[in-house]
Design a protein around this ligand. Sequence first.
Ligand SMILES: Nc1nc2c(c(=O)[nH]1)N[C@H]1C(S)=C(S)[C@@H](COP(=O)(O)O)O[C@H]1N2
Ligand SMILES: [Mo]
Length: 229
Amino acid sequence: MIETQKPLPPGQRRIGTFPRFGTHMSRPAPAVPPDPTIEVCGAVGERFHVPVVALATLPRREVRADFHCVAGWSATDLLWEGVPFESFFRQLIAPAVRDDAVVTHLVFRGIDGYQSTVMLEDALAEDVLIADRLSGRPLGGDHGAPARLLSPAQYGYISTKHLCRIEVHTSEPEDPDSASITARLLKSHPRARVWEEERHGSLPGRLVRPFYRVLKVPLLHLSARGPRR
Ligand SMILES: Nc1nc2c(c(=O)[nH]1)N[C@H]1C(S)=C(S)[C@@H](COP(=O)(O)O)O[C@H]1N2
Ligand SMILES: [Mo]
């Protein structure tokens, strides 16, 4: 039988597995508190907490998608399940937003301190989930327990694992380190759309490909290690 595989976005290569990857490097996945919640704060009247168990009671859907890391690997045909971010936003966040506020950006934060900034428009895309299941099983520590953002049309760095807080913003939040030289060199693209190859904040994606490619193998190796939870 001939299997035709879907094309990958520019500059990506298929990897046979779904590796654990991240700035956590070899540190183990963070401990999940006994009753995990997702805190919503920022341009909302008062901050509030959504228990992760409440995801089971919201509208749910499955998303089958490829996952693309900016370093150049793509894990293909993953089956995720969770709450569409759009439903989460419309049902829980929008009613709490201050009257005078127009939401433009969201910051998604993980228990490990990682965070990603996402434009509202990108976060509301129909394939974006707060995912709590992968391959028919609850999300494990490697891939973001107890729940993570999943935005398959954007590079993996947008998809914050171990989600514990969503900050609601009315303008692009400033990165406190953005003035440093390293921050400028490493500046990731704010939209990160994989089909546009938006890898870098100011350099064309094609140009930075080779740098990521050199780093990919050692980073894959480092991120994978460490005791599993
Ligand atoms: N909390 C947290 N989320 C994170 C990261 C991280 O280090 N910590 N790394 C990001 C990057 S760069 C990628 S490619 C994906 C990798 O997801 P995976 O480990 O499930 O493959 O997670 C993203 N979300
Ligand atoms: Mo990544």
